[in-house]
Structures are given as C-alpha cells and as structure tokens.
Design a protein around this ligand. Structure first.
Ligand code: HAM
Length: 419
C-alpha cells in the first residue's frame, strides 16, 4: 500500500456522494426558505479568534486544535467550528450596517484533533446556521423549528430534541461556584482530567464519560435552579414558542455544551441509533461572543449539524447513486466515431451518456453497460446506421425498438421523463 490518508480524515467516494449532494441541496432549499443566506468563510483563521471565542478552558482549545506557526510567524488554526468565523466575518464586513439582523449559513469541513472512532473524525463536515442581532426568544424557537423541519425533510424521524438554559454572565458564576463546592467534596471520584476541570471549568465535568465522574455528578445541582429572573423568563418563552410550533422536547439540565460562548438557550438533537457519539446537532445562544472577539454587544444564536452523523442516519433503501441514462454500444471503427459524436451532443443536452473508449467487442460493451446500470443502451449496428437508425434497448425490461438517430435526444428525454 502506498501513501494513505491521515487517520481521522476520510475520502467521500462517488458511491456515497449522492447522499451528500441530496443533503446539501435540501439545506439550501430549507434554509433559504427561512430567509438564510449562504456565507463562505476561510478554513484557516488566527488562533486568537478561537481561543477568545470558544474559550481557553475548553477541550477544543486546550487539546484539539490544529495550530501552527506560518512562515510569517503568525499562529494560525484550522477552524474547529464555524460560529466564531461567521461572527468575525459579520464584524469585519460590518454586515450590521446594512441590517442588524443577519441570518447566515455555511457548509464545510471542520478540524479537531480528537480520538477517531465511529461518528468522530478529525476532519468532519458541519452544516451551520446562525442568526446575529436578535435577542428575542422567538428566534431561538425559529431556528430550532427550522432545524427539526430540515431533519425531517431529509428523512430523519427518530430523534430527540433536548433543551436547557445555561444562564448568563450574571447568574452562571453563582452556579459554577455551587457546582465546584459540590464536586470538591467528591473530588476523590473524579478522573485526572476532571480534577483539573474542577479548577478551570467545572461545568465540563458533565461531559466526561468516566463511570466514577458520572457517579459524582448524579445528584449535582442543576443549572436551571440557579438562573436569574431574566434567563428564566427567556427560557419559558422559548418553551412556549416551541410548543406553539408543535415540537416535542426533553429538558436536559445536564447538557452544558462543549464551547464556552453559550448563554441562555442550549440544545442538542440526539439519535439513539448513533451509539456513543449520539449528537447529530448542537447549538444555542451566545450573547457575549461578539464582545469577546470584537467589543460589540450583539446577540446570536445558531446550531451546527454533523454531516457524517446525519448521513449515517438517512433512511436505507433510498437510491442516491447516479447511473448513465444511456450507454452507446459501437462495435467497430465507423460506428465508434458516431458514438463519440452522439455522446458529445447528448452531454451538451444534459443527458448522462457513456460509450466505450477501448474499441472492445459488442458483447463486452453490453456487459459494461450492464455493470454501470445504464438505463438505456443504443446499439449502433452498421446496417441500421446507413439508414440513419439504431436499436434502443430498455435495460429495465429488455424490450428494444429501432429509432431514428436524428431524433435521439427527443426520444430519450421523453422516455426518461416517464420513469
Ligand atoms: P459542536 O457540538 O461542537 O458545536 O458540534 C456540532 C455537531 O458537529 C455535533 O453535534 C456533531 O454532530 C458534529 N461533530 C462535532 N465534532 C465532531 C467530530 N469530531 N466528528 C464528527 N462530527 C463531529 C459546534 O461546533 C457549535 N459551533 C455549534 C453552534 C453553532 N452553536 C451555535 N452555533
């Protein structure tokens, strides 16, 4: 075996790509229908954007970023997520000057140096949607409604929406202190990492999968018991709007999310068909992110869907591979040139046509048409060709008919439309 891909970095092969294209097409249809516009942002950013935006004491910034110094001496990082970059772009291009409300989405690869396993990769794709400039809880519900609508449109049904409120700058410190006091008494149960988290970021202990850490947090104080009146009211409104939209949800007071920018609403969509990496989507509100990276008081909310996880959940049996619509079988030199001429014409007309490049026997060309799962085969016999005609075989039912070649495009389009 020669050079192989890096661990945790995947190729998406032609046999899989139809699913990706279907998902991306549906994203564009649904999100744009909700008033979102696409934005494309760079894959590399200054490291500072993520350390300030996501938080120094998060796993992502502490241990998972692909960071290097470029030839000019700047510290750069392959983006581990898109929210901070989208906020940076909104500030840098003063999008708020046109309209303070921006509804943006992007699709692309993210990079995290995590331990690869099923559903967890080092390069993975996210579909990310963000609304900047609205603090009203109605928009929290609106983005969640869009998310669930999208997930249903691609065929996902057995999902659970979990929500929580993480409080704000005013009320979370109190909760953090209470949690720290509580867990300090149980620190002998905590793993080495969580002992450290206890000092730097005790909320992160909720995400530890270690059995003794899980035991330690079983009866830990709940964040929702500590949130201030403003956060409480915001959360109640979000829940009311979700119910108005007919969405079921589960309250999960243990869901704290892995990035430090969150305030108030946090949510995840999980699937019990995914195994241990069960979150298809994570998101929430981040009303202080813009202050961290740009000194402006702008609220925001959004989510990111993990595309690999989403694609692994698509209903089975749906056909996503594109097969040739026509294979032109040409048994000798004269007919071969006609095959080339016809295929070029059909390509310009948008028909997926193939022919044989090697001058193989008719039998082997028919075998190839079969293997490629071509919908129709056009057999260019020398005698028929002299009369401007050829045999069109329907590969689904093996019926065949002689047709005039000069009307090939029209005949094919008509037949394909009927499928
Ligand atoms: P996150 O929870 O870190 O949030 O990631 C969102 C989703 O990306 C996860 O639910 C999962 O489906 C997928 N994901 C994360 N890491 C991996 C991985 N290593 N391999 C495969 N899939 C993965 C964020 O990234 C936030 N920026 C979401 C957000 C947007 N919050 C507000 N706006």
């Amino acid at each position: 075996m020669g050079i192989t891909a890096i661990r945790g970095f995947n190729d998406i092969l032609p046999s899989e790509i139809g699913k990706w294209q279907f998902v991306e097409k549906t994203v564009r249809e649904v999100f744009e229908g909700f008033g979102f516009s696409e934005i494309r942002i760079p894959i590399l950013e200054r490291t500072e954007l993520f350390s300030r935006g996501i938080g120094d004491a998060t796993d992502i910034v502490e241990k998972e970023m692909y960071t290097f110094t470029d030839k000019g001496g700047s510290s750069l990082t392959l983006r581990p997520e898109a929210t901070a970059s989208m906020a940076r772009a909104y500030l840098e291009h003063k999008l708020y000057a046109f309209d303070p409300v921006a509804k943006l989405y992007c699709i692309g690869p993210m990079f995290r140096y995590e331990r690869p396993q099923k559903g967890r990769y080092r390069q993975f794709y996210q579909i990310d949607a963000e609304v900047f400039g609205v603090g009203n809880p109605v928009v929290d519900a609106e983005v969640i409604v869009m998310l669930i609508h999208f997930l249903r449109r691609v065929g996902l049904e057995k999902l659970e929406l979990q929500i929580n409120s993480l409080g704000c700058r005013d009320c979370r410190p109190q909760y953090r202190d209470r949690l720290k006091d509580y867990l300090t008494k149980k620190s002998f149960q905590l793993c080495e990492d969580c002992q450290r988290r206890l000092q730097t970021n005790p909320l992160r202990i909720f995400d530890c999968k270690g059995t003794t850490c899980q035991e330690a947090i079983t009866d830990a104080p709940k964040v929702t018991d500590f949130i201030c009146g403003g956060c409480q009211e915001h959360f109640e409104k979000v829940r009311e709007y979700l119910s108005m939209a007919g969405l079921d949800y589960v309250l999960n007071p243990r869901m704290v999310r892995g990035l430090d920018y969150y305030t108030r609403t946090a949510f995840e969509v999980v699937s019990y068909d995914l195994g241990s990496q069960n979150a298809v989507t994570g998101g929430g509100r981040y009303d202080n992110l813009f202050q961290e990276i740009g000194d402006l008081d702008i609220p925001g909310i959004g989510f990111a869907i993990g595309m690999e996880r989403l694609i692994s959940l698509l209903p089975k049996g749906q056909e996503f591979v594109q097969y040739p619509q026509l294979f032109i079988a040409a048994p000798n030199r004269e007919t071969y040139e006609e095959a080339y001429r016809l295929a070029s014409q059909l390509h310009l007309g948008g028909i997926r046509a193939e022919f044989d490049y090697e001058g193989k026997s008719l039998k082997s060309q028919m075998r190839r048409a079969d293997k490629l799962k071509a919908r129709f085969v056009l057999i260019l016999g020398e005698e028929e060709l002299k009369k401007g005609r050829a045999v069109l075989r329907n590969m689904w039912n093996q019926s065949q008919e002689e047709i005039p070649i000069d009307n090939l495009m029209g005949i094919l389009k008509n037949k394909i439309r009927k499928d």
